[in-house]
Design a protein around this ligand. Structure first.
Ligand code: FE2
Length: 399
């Protein structure tokens, strides 16, 4: 994200001496993408950020996947995975359950009321959408306050932890890239500024407000990383607490963006999903459908036409409002629909004609389109509504 910020205490010149009030040197760390050839930040630590004293295997939760075979559109009822009695023992990092995944991206879901361990994902950026609840996200760059509707972008390898706040649990939809997740290139100037025709701007992106100073020794950090057999985990013990940064500056840092700040693009006739794009990763895009005025041609049909996205699997997470095109399908708050490449999809019966004359859709959904097929995680297999595949025909398989 090429948008410069600075926070806390930094020296006037990079790569020069920076000392505390006793004259002791701070330790400079460059955190940068694509070798030393893309966005980066410089962080100033009280202690040496490389100082580990132990490393053991962290066994990850089940990351296995099952092909979508026979090929079916699917409805997954994510809230069923997290009954209230387990919220207090579930944290956002170790409690998330894998819903869908491929070599480019993993989609998980969690309902949590418990502090997470310190954690770092070195497989890629994480984009965590907060369906409901509030959380304090403590990071090596400082603190973010997250609320319902926030996308929380945590860059690859940024140490952080999730602290749910208040009475409600945090319901989080986690998009883990195997690379970086950024605003669409077509929204950016050649130097990286969000353009005038982008649906959001830099004022809508909220970085850390304050740096964090924790004392501590022998501090555990869970690291998710790439292994020869896929995604694996390691438990590091650091000599001192990793949240010891007195200041940083640069263009690489965590931030939040709230979906309410997304200004929808509308038209006389139906606008295709790319008009609703918000982020992109490597071999996937993220779009959001927000409350908006709908198509105003006198003969418009406001819900989508039937469509075969021949190159994409399309995953919708329904996170608010009343989604017009899916009425009658059983889909509700917290549901996911999987509309795979190879299957034409569109509105459920009745919705097509019923939408004529509508002026406003009160709907909220986050869509991930992948350019390679997704497989089903253990979470998907545990919460599927098997009747959904037949919902356009109104009856089950022929006997
Ligand atoms: Fe679609």
């Amino acid at each position: 994200m090429a948008f410069y910020r600075q926070l806390g205490s930094i020296p006037p010149k990079r790569h020069t001496q920076h000392r505390d009030e006793n004259g002791d040197l701070y330790f400079e760390e460059l955190m940068g993408e694509e070798g030393f050839s893309s966005d980066s930040s410089l962080l100033y630590h009280r202690e040496i950020p490389a100082a580990i004293v132990d490393a053991t295997v962290w066994e990850l939760r089940d990351h296995s996947t099952t092909p979508n075979h026979p090929l079916k559109p699917r409805h997954l009822k994510l809230p069923d995975l997290f009954p209230q009695e387990i919220w207090a023992e579930t944290d956002v990092v170790t409690g998330r359950r894998l819903i869908l995944g491929n070599a480019d991206v993993r989609l998980s879901y969690v309902v949590s009321a418990k502090e997470s361990p310190l954690y770092r994902n070195s497989t890629g950026d994480e984009l965590v959408y907060i369906e409901s609840g509030t959380a304090r996200v403590e990071t090596v760059f400082g603190t973010l306050d997250a609320r319902a509707g926030d996308y929380v972008l945590i860059p690859r390898a940024a140490t952080h932890r999730w602290l749910p706040q208040g009475e409600e649990p945090v319901r989080a939809y986690v998009i883990e890239g195997n690379g970086h997740i950024v605003p669409p290139k077509r929204f950016l100037s050649r130097f990286g500024q969000l353009l005038e025709n982008a649906p959001f701007c830099e004022r809508d992106l909220h970085g850390p407000a304050e740096t964090l100073q924790y004392e501590g020794t022998d501090v555990e950090v869970l690291v998710k990383h790439r292994g020869s057999t896929g995604i694996v985990g390691t438990r590091y013990v650091y000599a001192t607490h990793p949240f010891d940064v007195v200041g940083w500056d640069g263009c690489l840092y965590p931030y939040t963006f709230n979906i309410e700040d997304y200004e929808p693009i509308t038209g006389r006739v139906h606008q295709p999903p790319p008009a609703h794009q918000v982020f992109e990763g490597e071999n996937f895009v993220i779009c959001n459908f927000v409350p908006r005025k709908v198509d105003y041609h006198p003969l418009a049909i406001p819900v989508p036409y039937y469509h075969s996205n021949v190159d994409s699997d399309e995953i919708m997470f329904y996170c608010g409002g009343d989604y017009e095109a899916r009425k009658g399908s059983g889909i509700g708050q917290g549901s996911i629909s999987v509309h795979p490449s190879g299957h034409a999809h569109g509105p459920q019966p009745g919705a097509y004609g019923r939408s004529i004359g509508a002026e406003f859709f009160d709907e909220l959904a986050v869509m991930v389109d992948t350019f390679k097929p997704l497989e089903l995680g253990e979470g998907a297999l545990a919460c599927e509504d098997a009747a959904y595949a037949w919902s356009w025909a109104g009856r089950g398989p022929a006997s």
